[in-house]
Design a protein around this ligand. Structure first.
Ligand code: SAH
Length: 280
């Protein structure tokens, strides 16, 4: 890691000191993270360990996981992403800065930097790092984004990565316990330019539109028309499109070229959980 990046995202061993999930959620707390800061300012800030007693107790599991959760492990993941064709340095920096192990169950933390989708409960998964990087690279197209909408917050990982490459990120989740869990996962990272919403992402977020980019993290048979309408002219929408069974999904890029014109490019074969209607 370069010293510049280390200054921007001072995440490291402190990441390990995370509170048990139950202790993190406070009843009645605001649904959204505070917004407003530019992504150019340090958006991810690690917390010093709060519980000193915890540090005094030898913890074998904790120390053996040190190697798995350090910046160096993330750097190796980033090297693999680069080797597999991700070239946008902002995306690689963002992937290096967000501690993916904080978004999965502690029992799966050892696998957090493998290129694998992992279960996050409620029959949903955290997307593979290579897919997250690919979608964000397609959304960026070499630019810095102002306003981005993500559909399908899940555990909040991709939203955290997006917050590093865009000024304002909105993310919608339809499963209440996952929305709550994403809030809990994201709280210690204190990301000021990310707002989480509980709702049906197929409707989008008209109050915050238009968006420079929309990233859909679940596969529908088509792209919901409300989302096409909420894309800024010149904006880019990335979505897996296709049947929810088998290998028929295709990562699709939709560019809005005019008030009533969109251009579609079909890119990679992918496999995502289904985009569903309504909330639960
Ligand atoms: N972005 C996540 C991926 C989560 S998996 C990551 O960082 O890895 C996809 C998520 O999309 C699931 O949590 C699922 O509940 C959610 N989802 C599916 N249909 C949705 C809809 N209509 N609106 C909002 N979220 C939806």
């Amino acid at each position: 890691m370069t010293s510049g990046r280390a200054r921007r995202f001072p995440l490291g061993l402190e990441d390990l000191v995370r509170e048990p999930r139950k202790a993190e959620g406070r009843k009645g707390e605001r649904a959204t993270l505070p917004a407003g800061a530019s992504a150019r300012r340090p958006a991810v800030v690690s917390q010093p360990p709060k519980n000193t007693e915890r540090g005094a107790v030898p913890n074998v599991a904790l120390s053996s996981s040190l190697a798995l959760t350090s910046e160096r492990v993330r750097e190796r993941m980033v090297e693999r992403l680069r080797a597999n064709g991700v070239t946008n340095q902002s995306v690689l920096n963002a992937m290096a800065s967000v501690p993916r192990h904080m978004f999965v169950d502690p029992g799966l933390a050892a696998q957090a930097y493998e290129d694998a989708a992992l279960p996050i409960g409620h029959h949903q998964t955290i997307s593979k790092p290579s897919v997250v990087a690919r979608m964000i690279e397609l959304a960026l197209a070499g630019q810095h984004l102002k306003t981005v909408l993500e559909i399908g917050t899940g555990c909040g990982y991709q939203a955290a990565v997006l917050s590093q490459v865009a000024s304002d990120v909105y993310s919608i989740e339809r499963i209440k316990p996952l929305y709550e869990r994403a809030k809990t996962n994201l709280r210690p990272l204190r990301i000021p330019n990310l707002r989480l919403h509980y709702g049906d992402g197929r409707i989008g977020l008209p109050s915050a539109a238009p968006f420079d980019a929309i990233v859909i993290a679940a596969a529908g048979l088509d792209v919901p028309s409300a989302l096409l309408e909420q894309l800024a002219i010149g904006g880019r929408l990335i979505a897996p499109v296709g049947a929810q069974e088998g290998a028929a999904q295709v990562l699709t890029l939709v560019e809005r070229t005019g008030p009533a014109q969109w251009r579609e490019s079909r890119l990679d074969r992918v496999f995502f959980v289904p985009l569903k209607s309504g909330v639960i």
